[in-house]
Design a protein around this ligand. Structure first.
Ligand code: NAI
Length: 487
């Protein structure tokens, strides 16, 4: 019996490369059945705010697997990217991108004889991709960076399992925990906890800027790297550049219930309709989808034919030896079809046995909710973000102290501006913007309520505009907030 999956052709070059890939699947007699779903730009234009019809949503949720072409998000209409929405709504928490040197695709590293084989696993839901941003004053914009323990654990566990499945020896966690101590710090802490369960895999961590330097100088150092969303996004495009560009970068968005396979590149509007796009990235995504579903021997057959074709110097216009005429999308796909059953001479032949073909269908009745239980928490104060006109820090401190006249439970401990302490101590050289953070902490031995903290903010609003309020918490005795620079 065939396995049914949802397919969205996408926009721009999407239909051209999708048709090329599905033709290759058909020629290889892959046992898949496709249900084409309505998603993409024309569905935004037709008034579907999510860029897909209700039927498309229902089909994807029922089948659990979407193979998609690139999609255009209309610019300037206030709509969110359909690609990002799909990943978030369906909780495809791990974005896996495999980058490796391909014979026939010249890069500075291939010319230097340095092979690259790196898998990036990027967290796909959280971080700044929540898109939760506010203008607090006309001059000050803030964005929330959300990193959670369950979200980090999901993607990190996936990365370790993937490393084990692929027979990798090592997995690195890249981060910026030296600066973002609570967000990246949490991601790193979860990585180190989960690493203990995988003693067969050498785990290490690396600061993301150091990683970038090492990736462009010694990419052979790395096998697999797990990162938070934004850093992973940037690093994975860097890796695409190492192996020849976006035309060779496949992407799998993996979730527990729904997974999405697509190319990393976009709709390439500049070449859409000419039939010259390179289908390799979508084909590589399709090959990893076949493996994911359990069709490993078909995946190997198609991958070997692709590698053989590339070794023959056959190419589309965006890469390869310019002295050999380039193929159209169809011509390139037909060459791969003609080479099914052949094996590459210069690259290792992909060998594989069929694994169990998985059913992706799961029926959920409610949203999954994960909470870490049993951690003692204590509220110890509040950061009140205020717009304070042209006030200098000491003037603002006097206003803030007024709020304590009726409440002896708190101290005013610090005022900062753009994260740098400016009161009680600071430097006259620190430049200010018109949004301050004013921190009140409870005095030792006092019990306080959230209501009291809100009262301070409410009273303060009579003297300054309150932009936002964050409570200061301790979890398991450890402070859950950062100190200001210079505090
Ligand atoms: P793009 O990836 O579409 O194009 C960048 C450059 O790479 C262009 O010169 C293009 O011709 C070339 N290129 C890309 N894929 C190619 C292929 N398969 N063969 C040959 N050349 C290829 O990026 P751009 O121009 O920034 O975005 C265009 C549209 O795609 C935007 O609407 C964007 O939102 C959307 N997009 C969608 C993605 C998705 O569906 N996952 C991902 C990235 C962008």
């Amino acid at each position: 019996m065939k396995t049914k999956i949802a397919v969205a052709n996408g926009d721009g070059i999407g239909p051209e490369i999708m048709s090329a890939v599905l033709n290759i699947f058909e020629a290889s007699n892959v046992q898949l059945e496709y249900e084409f779903v309505e998603m993409g730009k024309s569905y935004f234009d037709a008034g579907h705010s999510t860029g897909m019809t209700d039927k498309a949503k229902a089909t994807i949720e029922e089948l659990g697997l979407l193979f998609k072409g690139p999609m255009e998000t209309p610019k300037g209409k206030g709509v969110k990217s359909i690609n990002v929405t799909a990943r978030k709504v369906w909780n495809t928490y791990a974005n896996q991108r495999d980058f490796r040197s391909l014979n026939g695709v010249d890069t500075v590293f291939s010319k230097a004889g340095i092979p690259i084989n790196i898998t990036i696993v990027r967290e796909n839901i959280e971080d700044t991709y929540g898109g939760i941003e506010h203008l607090l004053t006309y001059d000050v914009a803030v964005g929330r960076r959300i990193i959670t323990r369950p979200g980090s654990a999901q993607v990190i566990r996936y990365a370790f399992e993937m490393a084990r499945r692929k027979g990798y020896k090592k997995l690195a966690c890249a981060h910026k925990a030296n600066i973002m101590k609570l967000t990246d710090g949490m991601f790193l802490e979860v990585f180190q906890e989960i690493a203990k369960e995988y003693p067969d895999i050498e785990s290490s961590d690396i600061i993301v800027d150091d990683l970038c330097m090492k990736l462009v100088s010694k990419p052979q150092m790395f096998e697999a790297i797990v990162l938070t969303n934004l850093q992973g996004d940037i690093v994975s495009d860097l890796c695409a550049g190492l192996v020849g560009g976006l035309g060779f970068a496949p992407s799998a968005n993996i979730g527990d219930n729904i997974s999405i396979f697509e190319a990393v590149h976009g709709t390439a509007p500049d070449i859409a309709g000419y039939g010259i796009a390179n289908p390799t990235a979508l084909l590589l995504s399709g090959i990893s989808m076949l493996r994911f579903l359990g069709f490993s021997s078909k995946a190997a057959e198609i991958e070997n034919a692709l590698l053989y074709t590339l070794e023959q110097g056959i190419h589309t216009g965006d890469f390869g030896d310019k002295s050999i005429p380039s193929q159209t999308t169809k011509g390139f796909a037909d060459a791969i079809i003609g080479n099914l059953g052949k094996s590459p001479a210069k690259s290792p032949v992909i060998a594989s046995e069929d694994t169990e073909v998985k059913s992706r269908v799961s029926q959920l009745l409610k949203n999954k909710l994960t909470v870490t239980e049993g951690i003692k928490e204590e509220m110890v104060g509040v950061d009140i973000f205020v717009e304070a006109g042209n006030l200098q820090p000491n003037e603002l401190a006097e206003l803030a102290k007024k709020q304590l006249k009726y409440n002896d439970n708190f101290d005013l401990v610090m005022i900062s501006n753009r994260g740098t302490q400016v009161w009680p101590t600071g430097s006259i050289f620190t430049e200010l913007v018109n949004e301050y953070r004013v921190r009140f902490e409870k005095k030792a031995g006092k019990d306080i309520t959230q209501r009291e903290l809100l009262h301070i903010a409410a009273d303060f609003s009579q003297d300054a505009k309150i932009c936002s309020v964050e409570f200061l918490m301790k979890f398991g005795g450890k402070i859950g907030y950062t100190l200001a620079q210079g505090q």
